[in-house]
Design a protein. Structure first.
Length: 267
């Protein structure tokens, strides 16, 4: 454990959860729902805190949802031994990660590597993180990957299957994706590829080399409504509590405004 390099973690949670909410009348970010008593976001972030090399963490959130993000992180926000940033993300994943990488720049002297992880992957293990960090410390970057065993087909523009694709050299990749901090920061700041689906794409465009490590079938991403067993009930309760919280906050603001007005009248 003592040889683990100093690293920062970026947890991306600024997306709209559009696919997740497709069949729901409400719009709730999947990262705020719970699995076995803890939120998806908490479970995605907590394993990084188990690794001694963690030197800073940055969580991206949808603009206007910082309070909800703080609540979803549970007691992790009380950790005061390292810099802990929560920032508004951008309109795309690429923009969000670029903002997070730059937000970490004041701490660059204490960061060798950065691990970029989806806030919707709540089953990542410390062992997988350590393995990816160790590989990246040698080669400059690393990503968990799993070979594709299913047959792969290509669809035509009409939505019909047109041809088979050779899967011999195909893998599906996961997060955390780990990079030399200075190198991925430079790659992101140079790139205009706002359609990039992950950070490897941006790193490779800038001349980087990425080494795969064995991923885990358990390290799945929460994407659809069915991925959380009692999502419907949780969402209904969450929306109810959120509305109550907003009403309380509005009432508190009105009370403060009234007090300020009365003080102003007295003066």
């Amino acid at each position: 454990m003592s040889n683990i390099p100093r690293f920062a973690a970026i947890i991306t949670a600024a997306g709209s959860s559009e696919r997740f909410n497709k069949n729901s009348e409400y719009s709730v970010k999947k990262e705020y729902l719970k699995i076995d008593g803890h939120t998806v976001l908490y479970r995605a972030a907590e394993p990084f805190f188990e690794i001694p090399g963690l030197s800073a963490i940055c969580v991206t959130c949808k603009k206007g949802s910082e309070d909800e993000t703080v609540i979803a992180l549970e007691d992790l926000v009380n950790v005061n031994t390292i810099p802990f940033l929560i920032i508004d993300g951008g309109d795309t994943r690429k923009e969000s990660v670029t903002k997070a990488l730059n937000a970490l720049s004041p701490f660059k002297d204490m960061i060798d590597l950065v691990a970029i992880h989806d806030g919707a992957r709540p089953f990542v293990s410390p062992d997988l993180i350590i393995k990816t960090l160790a590989t990246a410390s040698t080669f400059g970057s690393a990503v968990p990957a799993i070979r594709i065993n299913d047959s792969v087909k290509r669809l035509g523009s009409d939505g019909l299957i047109k041809e088979s694709v050779d899967r011999t050299n195909l893998v599906s990749v996961q997060t955390p994706q780990v990079f030399n901090y200075a190198a991925i920061l430079e790659a992101h700041n140079k790139s205009n590829n706002t359609n990039a689906t992950d950070d490897i794409e941006i790193f490779l465009e800038n001349g980087g080399v990425c080494v795969p490590v064995q991923g885990s079938a358990e390290n799945k991403k929460i994407t659809y409504f069915s991925d959380i067993e009692n999502a419907k009930e949780q969402i209904e309760e969450y929306v109810k509590e959120r509305e109550q919280g907003r009403k309380s906050a509005a009432a508190s603001r009105r009370m403060r405004e009234l007090l300020y007005k009365e003080e102003g009248d007295e003066n």
